[in-house]
Design a protein around this ligand. Structure first.
Ligand SMILES: NC(=O)c1ccc[n+]([C@@H]2O[C@H](COP(=O)([O-])OP(=O)(O)OC[C@H]3O[C@@H](n4cnc5c(N)ncnc54)[C@H](O)[C@@H]3O)[C@@H](O)[C@H]2O)c1
Length: 327
C-alpha cells in the first residue's frame, strides 16, 4: 500500500485520482478549499476508510501543518509516500487575478513541495499547464516539451501571469529532483474537462448549459477560428498514475498530456448540440487577447516512457456530460 497526499482533491483530476487509487488499494489524504469545486465530486468515496478528506486551504499554514502531522501519523508501513499537487487557481477568468493566482499556484505549490521533501516523500507530481506554450502552442507534429517558448507578456495581456507562474513551478520541481530531495515531474495538461465540472465558464460546460437552457451559446470572437483538444479527467488522472508508477520517468522533467483529437470550437458546439438533441445557434461577442488559435501538444515523451495513452474520445466524453446533465 502507498500513501498519496493530494491537494485540490475535489477538482477534476483530483477526484478521479481518489477513485482510481482506492481501486488499487492505496491510502489517500486529500484536501480542497472548494474554490472551484464542491464535496459532491467525492460523495461516492468520502466514507471510504482509506480516504481522509479535509476542507483545507493550501495557503493556510495551520491547515498545512495539520496535513503534515497526519502524514507523519499515517506513513508508517506504507511502501511509498507520494504528493500530488492539483490545487490551483485554474479558470481563465481568474488568470487576471494575479495575486491570488501567484499565491496558490506558485507559493502554494512550493510550500507543498517543501513539506513533501521535509517529511521524506518519495515522489512529487507537479501539475503545470500547456498554457506555458503561450503564443507558440502548435507545430506540425505538436509542440514538444523541449521547444523554446514564445510568451505573451504584460505588454499584451495579464492572462499570461497564470502560465508564467506555472512555468516557474517546473523549475522548482526540476531543482528538487536535481538536488536529490525527491523524485517527480511536471505535467502540462491541455484543456481538462469532466462530467461533474461545476465551473460554467469553462468552454464545454458553458456550451452545454447554454444550449440546454437557451438553445444558443455566446462565444468570444476568437472562437470563429480557434481549435482545441480536450482531455477527459479519467485520462488526466491515468497520466498522473502512469508517471507515479514509472520510476525512470520521475526525473524532474516535463510531460505533455493531451489528446490528438483537435476540433474547432464551432464543431464542438455542433457536437454538443447533436448530443443534446437541440439546435446550435452561436452569438459571437467579445475578444480575448493572447489566446492562441491552436494548441496541439506532442505527447510522444509520455507515451514512450510510460504505457499512457488517452482512452476517452471527445464524443464519448460529451455523451457522459450530457447524461450527467440529464440525471
Ligand atoms: N483544467 C484544465 O484544463 C487544466 C489544464 C492544464 C493544467 N491544469 C492543472 O491541473 C491541476 C488540476 O486542475 P483540475 O483540472 O483538476 O482543475 P480544477 O479547478 O477542477 O481543480 C483545482 C482544484 O484546486 C482547488 N483549489 C484552488 N485553490 C485552492 C487552495 N488555495 N487550497 C486548496 N485547494 C484549492 C479548487 O477548489 C479545485 O478543486 C491544476 O494544477 C491545474 O492548473 C488544468
Amino acid at each position: 500500500m502507498e500513501l498519496y497526499v493530494i491537494s485540490g482533491v475535489t477538482g477534476m483530476t483530483g477526484n478521479e485520482l481518489v477513485r482510481q487509487l482506492l481501486k488499487k488499494g492505496h491510502r489517500i489524504i486529500g484536501f480542497d478549499n472548494f474554490f472551484a469545486s464542491s464535496v459532491d465530486t467525492i460523495k461516492d468515496v468520502i466514507d471510504n476508510p482509506y480516504f481522509d478528506f479535509y476542507e483545507y486551504d493550501i495557503n493556510n499554514p495551520e491547515h498545512m501543518e495539520k496535513i503534515r502531522k497526519e502524514v507523519i501519523d499515517k506513513k508508517a508501513g506504507c511502501e511509498r509516500l507520494i504528493y500530488i499537487n492539483c490545487a490551483a487557481v485554474v479558470h481563465t477568468e481568474h488568470f487576471y487575478h494575479i495575486d491570488r493566482t501567484f499565491e496558490t499556484n506558485v507559493l502554494g505549490m512550493k510550500a507543498f513541495l517543501d513539506q513533501a521533501t521535509e517529511v521524506g516523500a518519495d515522489v512529487y507530481i507537479n501539475c503545470s499547464t500547456s498554457e506555458v506554450y503561450s503564443m507558440q502552442s502548435w507545430a506540425e507534429d505538436g509542440v514538444k516539451e523541449s521547444d523554446f517558448i514564445t510568451m505573451s507578456n504584460a505588454e499584451h495581456s495579464q492572462r499570461t501571469s497564470y502560465a508564467t507562474g506555472k512555468l516557474l513551478t517546473e523549475f522548482f520541481m526540476k531543482d528538487a529532483v536535481d538536488n536529490k530531495k525527491i523524485k517527480g515531474c511536471s505535467i502540462r495538461f491541455a484543456n481538462v474537462y469532466s462530467k461533474n465540472e461545476l465551473y460554467p465558464k469553462h468552454i464545454i460546460p458553458h456550451i452545454l448549459f447554454s444550449l440546454k437552457e437557451n438553445g444558443c451559446v455566446e462565444l468570444l470572437e476568437n472562437s470563429r477560428k480557434n481549435r482545441r483538444t480536450f482531455l477527459h479527467n479519467e485520462d488526466s488522472c491515468s497520466a498522473v498514475i502512469a508517471l507515479c508508477e514509472t520510476e525512470s520517468a520521475l526525473d524532474g522533467t516535463v510531460y505533455n498530456v493531451a489528446t490528438d483529437e483537435e476540433i474547432t470550437i464551432i464543431d464542438l458546439v455542433s457536437l454538443c448540440a447533436e448530443k443534446l438533441g437541440t439546435k446550435a445557434e452561436i452569438i459571437f461577442n467579445g475578444y480575448r487577447e493572447s489566446d492562441p488559435e491552436r494548441r496541439v501538444l506532442n505527447t510522444e515523451k509520455i507515451r514512450t516512457r510510460t504505457n499512457w495513452k488517452p482512452s476517452v474520445t471527445l464524443e464519448e466524453g460529451i455523451m457522459q456530460c450530457v447524461a450527467e446533465m440529464n440525471r
